[in-house]
Design a protein around this ligand. Structure first.
Ligand SMILES: [Zn+2]
Length: 413
């Protein structure tokens, strides 16, 4: 496929180079209800570009964000690993930056309040900003004040006018999902107190490329971020990155720390030039690096299909575990439907009883695994592999084995 006049969302240069082309795919979070099975589904090009000027890896927006995020089915609170991760973050950050009852913690894309609840528990005032109505309602019910809005200059200006400014402004796994990244970062500058800090987490592009995490590409995920690209965007909007950490979450993420460029009270840590150096040595400022990913992608598809076809020829049964967005990219790209996978299961009651978009694989309660005793359990959220293998250890009672397909096909007996 070629680009249809799309431009870089940061620097506005025309997008001419393909990073990854996954063909046509449905929106990864558009789970289907039973009555929708006899209807057609919209498919959109899933083609990621790299900007030859600023090296931002990105997917042009095909759908308006209200449609994508209006009734988002993802509730953060369901993963234990993730809850432990954010709890230890809340302890660490309040200690390091002396966040207390006189501070204000604001989180953008606060979901169901899974993170803010820990600050609230410490007696720290909090405010969530969350565009998905159903998810925001769950947060409000749990006692986490939440504004139902998309974040950008307009929302930031409105909150600032009400006297709301952040000592700590958090955005986890949101920067990549923002269609207008300039408006979003400008908004953060407005909402941040003069000595406040921003922390954000996002999956690191370096890990996507090196560990072949092509299934983290889906329509709701607009940008695939390197430290170098993010630093350029923050610098442009008067925010300075003063620290960075690597995290194991989501297959390998970065946590960046930012402050106003005018705020000299926090020095830039050594980790910042070190990360720039590391990405530069990997060739992140060379177009060729990005253009090589496409072949890796096709090779992965061939290997996955070869493995799945082999199992079916032996008469094995395969069930899925999980119904994450990344699973939908993988299954649609590889063309894996109920001809390979009988069903999948998910702990979230919001997904049970529905069907995966495109592939229409049914989603059941995890108890279904015990009833059906599949020979292989394909773990779709591979980033939670250890947690899931622990929870589902009983499949070994009937000789069941776990399978993970990313970065390579791997069977765990
Ligand atoms: Zn650009």
């Amino acid at each position: 496929m070629i680009s249809a006049g799309a431009r870089c969302r940061f620097c506005d240069a025309p997008l001419k180079h393909t990073f990854a082309d996954l063909g046509m795919s449905p929106l990864a979070n558009s789970y289907l209800k039973r009555e929708q099975l006899c209807q057609m589904e919209p498919f959109y090009p899933l083609q990621v570009f790299v900007c030859e000027v600023c090296y931002l890896v990105q997917l042009p927006v095909f759908q308006n964000p209200e449609e994508i995020f209006g009734d988002y089915a993802y509730f953060s609170s369901y993963s234990e690993t993730w809850l432990q991760h954010v709890k230890s973050y809340s302890d660490l950050i309040s200690k390091r930056f002396l966040i207390d009852s006189k501070s204000m913690v604001i989180e953008i894309a606060s979901n169901d309040g899974y993170l803010l609840q820990y600050f609230k528990g410490k007696g720290i005032p909090v405010l969530g900003i969350e565009p998905a109505r159903n998810v925001a309602r769950a947060a409000q019910k749990a006692g986490v004040p939440t504004t139902v809005k998309f974040f950008g200059v307009q929302t930031a200006t409105e909150l600032a006018a009400e006297g709301k400014h952040a000592d700590l402004l958090i955005g986890n796994n949101v920067l990549a999902h923002v269609p207008d990244i300039n408006d979003f970062v400008k908004g953060m500058k407005i909402l941040l107190k003069s000595k406040g800090i921003i922390t954000m987490e996002f999956p690191h592009l370096l890990r996507l490329v090196e560990e072949n995490q092509f299934d983290t590409i889906y329509h709701e995920h607009f940008s695939y971020l390197s430290f170098i690209a993010v630093k350029k965007i923050f610098d442009t909007h008067g925010l300075t990155l003063f620290d960075v950490e690597e995290l194991p979450t989501h297959g390998g993420s970065l946590r960046i720390y930012a402050r106003h460029s005018e705020d000299s009270s926090k020095i830039v840590c050594r980790a910042v030039p070190e990360m720039i150096d590391r990405e530069t040595r990997k060739d992140f400022t060379n177009l060729k690096y990005y253009l090589e990913f496409g072949d890796k992608l096709k090779e992965a598809k061939r290997n996955i299909l070869k493995f799945m076809i082999g199992l079916k020829k032996e008469g094995k049964t395969i069930a899925g575990y999980g119904a994450p967005a990344k699973g939908n990219t993988l299954l649609n790209y590889c063309g894996i439907r109920t001809d390979f996978i009988d069903f999948t299961v998910d702990r979230s009651p919001h997904k049970q009883g529905q069907y995966l978009p495109g592939t229409r694989i049914p989603i059941f309660h995890p108890d279904k695994i015990k009833e059906e005793r599949p020979d292989y359990l394909l773990i779709l959220p591979w980033n939670l592999k250890d947690e899931i293998m622990g929870q589902m250890a009983h499949i070994r009672d009937w000789g069941g084995r776990f399978v993970v397909l990313i970065p390579d096909v791997k069977v765990y007996a």
